[in-house]
Ligand binder design. Sequence first.
Ligand code: ZN
Ligand code: ZN
Ligand code: FE
Length: 753
Amino acid sequence: MNEQTTIRQRLRVTGVVQGVGFRPTVYQLATSLDLGGFVGNDSAGVFIELEGRLTAIDEFVLRLQDDPPPLAHIDSVDRTDIPVSGDGEFVIVESRKDDRATTLVSPDLEVCADCLLEMNDPDDRRYRYPFINCTNCGPRFTITREIPYDRPLTTMASFVMCAACRAEYDDPANRRFHAQPNACPDCGPHIWLEREDIEPVEGVIAEARRRIAAGEIVAIKGIGGFHLACDARNAAAVATLRERKHRTAKPFAVMAADPATTEVIADLDDAERALLESPQRPIVLVTESVASDLVDGIAPGNNRIGVMLPYAPLHHLLLEPGDVWVMTSANYASEPIVKDNEDARTKLRELADTLLLHDRAIHVHCDDSVVRIAAGAELPIRRSRGFAPFPVRLPTPVPPTLAVGGELKATFCLAAGDNAFMSQHIGDMENLETLEAFAAAVAHMIGLFRIQPELIVADLHPRYLSTRWAEDHFGERVVHVQHHHAHIASVMAENSHIGPVIGFSFDGTGYGTDGTIWGGEILIGNLDGFFRAGHLGVAQLVGGDAAVKRPYRMALSHLHAAGVAWDPGLPAVARASGEEQRIIRQQLETGLNSVETTSVGRLFDAVASLAGVRHEISYEGQAAIELEALGLPDATGSYRFELVDRDEAVTLDPTPVIRAVAADVVAGAPAAAISMRFHRALADAVVASAREMQRRYHIETAALSGGVFQNVTLLEAAKRGLEESGFTVLTHRLVPPNDGGLALGQVALAGRR
Ligand code: ZN
Ligand code: ZN
Ligand code: FE
């Protein structure tokens, strides 16, 4: 075949290729290279046929891969020769719906710079239009009911495009060619204030701003649900919001108007700046600046605040330079975020003074994501809007699998082949509303990715709602995996590491294979199995849940285990009445109404209470978060865990730590120094036990997972220490170390069975 011969090839492109301006790019490229043929979408991705010279087709493929549209992500391009058919022209053909394969759906992304320019241009027909978008930006996941991603299958189906919008939509040279949510003030969604007669955009925005300035709480419908907003510099408004939400201390996220405003309220490094301004627009946990004038009620007892930048065009219209608003998910404590107008009218009536609504329906809820920077890299705390449902690649392919996750911070994972689709954040699976949101999200993802799960995976805990839901729906087919093994598997999977590893799985609670509560586990294993090679020394959880909500009970328990007398000079001891002490002592001595635990989370609670930092908590992890927040990097000294060899397993005995903390408290050492010494001791214990494991099992890779490793002070110190000792260290970058990442590990484990 010579170079001048006309040939025809069929190309199959997979990846994030729908709803991201892919077909117009293909059209322009093909036309510029004088190629005939067509391009279209189907359930498997993008199909292309090209007719022309081989050199032109080669160049087409090269340029497509080198310079894809901004939101696209090409996984593969397959090429096959087919007979020539004489096509001189190149056209875009209708989408095809078929049931064969999985295609990727883009996450919801911030409004792009081009759209913002138009929105701020008084001569543009979309001047100050809150729903401006194009193929390079805007909502995707939350408006898509089904694939292929086409307007009739999105929540934009009810809006009929005007002639001007239609012309853009049909023009392959236009930035809005086949932009499914394309709209304008004449034909698209609009905003309004409930129970008011204000409709024009300007009136609504001005009135909403006036109300925020007056100290009111405004519920604002966004991309993945409603926010409750108020002025972050108004102490009374923030206090009212806490009171109405029954949320006493858990930090509120804020939205700052622009990057310059974030610099005033926070001390940022380059990695944090980049993350704040990334198209995913997550909430970034950053250090509050000394100059910050936000009220203390935003994040009580915490030097870190969750900050995000505007991402919906509506946010850009609402916030003006210098503004910082609380923007917290609109829900009651542990219920899912409210997303529908009807729900907002009933459920938010008592939470918000005003409702700012719009008529573009949100098909599935999607909370804001939360990310921290640790050791210069991203550490997800909650992976949701902007990230879901972009898949995590699995190290080995799995059959169609649904993993239902854990209980708190629940997410699930739908997987097939090497794609693991982690769901958006669902919430704490403790009530019917959350379970219903979970079931709806599962059904949505099954429809979206056409994966009918053959394998179902759940946690070993018999009382988790997720486990019970799986058993109710799938009965015998459910495979159970151990919680801490799943944590380690999740960090292995996202690092494409198959094993073996020395796994440090530290969290608050998880069901152990011996029926006790685990949470300070050293596991040796890989994706095929594990054994418990070590753990934190055992303490008693007296009164079950009561001990979790009251860290001083954990302090008494750890003092008891360490053989330290309950000195009334210790704040933790003084916190319990004589009668309560008598009951706790009895439970500790008889084991009645108490469970054994090796939880590192509970050890953090005990130390926080001993140091006088926090005796009772109102949200999960509060004591540990406040203890970390206090830590002074320049405080000297460290405590030391003892490594004890018991029955083949190593115990990290906290006795000397508890004794030293108690002695420091009695001697009047500042809580910040105690915090620092404790963090160092735990990091040192990780390194020392990793070396012992390496000596025994000759493994050079350590894996850190579990909710305790959201603690960046501990994570960075442990990672540094391990690397200095020559270990390769696996940490989380794609999914959270907490139970929000559990489902990925469940998939990775079950796929190997
Ligand atoms: Zn745009
Ligand atoms: Zn229009
Ligand atoms: Fe956990």
